[in-house]
Design a protein around this ligand. Structure first.
Ligand SMILES: [Zn+2]
Length: 249
C-alpha cells in the first residue's frame, strides 16, 4: 500500500491569497517508519535544542510564533530546509511528492474540491503505473492507495466528494486503486501530515510570493515518468510560468 499524506496551504475563502495549494507526500507502507524516524532524528539532533515532540508547521516556524519566537529567523529557515532534506535522504526512493496549485481567480466553485479531484486522479495514475511496472517485473502485485488528511482542514467537504468519487469516479474516470475514502488524522500526532504541511507551504511560497528557497530543496521529488512531472499541477492564467506543469517537463 502507498499512503498519501496531505495538507492545504493558503487562505481558501479570503481574498488575501491568490492561490490555494494541496501538498501531498506519498510513502510506501514499509517506508513509513523510516521517514518518521528520519524526521524525529532531525528534531532531536538540531542545534536549536528542540523538544523531541516539537511539531513541524511551516507557518509557525517561519513566522516565529509560539515556541519559535526565541529563535532567529535565519536559523528557523535553515531548520525548515533541513526537514525538507528527507526527500534527498536514505528514504528518498520510497517517497514522492504531489502538489496541486490553483489560482483561485481561474476557477468557479470550490478551489479545494477542484484541487482534490486533481490530486486523487494523479495519485490513482501513479498507482496504476506502479502496478503495470510490477506486473512486468515481479508478478502482478497490486498496491492500493490510502489518503490521509489533516483533520482540522476541510473534512466535511472532502468526505462528501470522496464518497461520490469512490462510487462514480471523477470526471477523468474511475479510481480503482483508491478503495477507501480519505481518512483524517490530527496533525499534532502525525509527523507525516506535518511533512505534507511543509511541502504545501514550500509550494505556496513559490507560487504566491515567487520565493523558491524551500521548493528547490525537494523539487526533484515530484512524481515523474517518461520525462514529465505528473505530480505537480498548476492552474493559472500566467502564460509565462516556467514551472514543470506549465512547461510540460
Ligand atoms: Zn506553472
Amino acid at each position: 500500500m502507498y499512503v498519501l499524506y496531505c495538507d492545504i496551504s493558503g487562505n481558501v475563502g479570503g481574498t488575501t491569497d491568490k492561490h490555494i495549494v494541496l501538498g501531498g507526500v506519498c510513502i510506501r507502507e514499509d517506508g513509513i517508519f523510516h521517514v518518521i524516524k528520519e524526521l524525529d532524528d532531525i528534531v532531536r539532533e538540531s542545534v536549536l535544542s528542540l523538544p523531541y515532540d516539537t511539531e513541524l508547521h511551516a507557518n509557525e516556524i517561519l513566522a516565529g510564533r509560539k515556541f519559535w519566537r526565541r529563535i532567529e529567523s535565519e536559523a528557523r529557515k535553515a531548520f525548515l530546509k533541513t526537514c525538507l532534506e528527507v526527500f534527498s535522504g536514505p528514504s528518498r526512493h520510497n517517497m514522492r511528492t504531489f502538489g496541486i496549485v490553483v489560482e483561485k481567480a481561474n476557477i468557479e466553485g470550490d478551489p479545494v474540491l477542484f484541487a482534490y479531484e486533481q490530486l486523487v486522479t494523479r495519485f490513482n495514475a501513479f498507482l496504476l503505473r506502479d502496478h503495470e511496472h510490477n506486473r512486468k517485473r515481479h508478478g502482478a502485485f497490486k498496491h492500493r492507495g490510502l489518503i490521509i488528511f489533516d483533520s482540522s482542514r476541510y473534512e466535511q467537504e472532502l468526505q462528501g466528494v470522496a464518497k461520490e468519487y469512490r462510487i462514480n469516479g471523477t470526471r477523468w474516470g474511475q479510481l480503482p486503486f483508491l478503495g477507501e475514502v480519505p481518512l483524517f488524522s490530527d496533525s499534532h500526532a502525525s509527523r507525516l501530515i506535518q511533512l505534507a504541511d511543509l511541502v504545501a507551504y514550500g509550494l505556496f511560497r513559490r507560487f504566491e510570493r515567487n520565493d523558491r528557497e524551500f521548493l528547490k530543496v525537494y523539487a526533484e521529488s515530484f512524481d515523474r515518468h517518461s520525462h514529465r512531472t505528473h505530480g505537480l499541477y498548476h492552474l493559472t492564467s500566467d502564460t509565462d510560468c516556467d514551472c514543470p506543469s506549465c512547461t510540460r517537463t
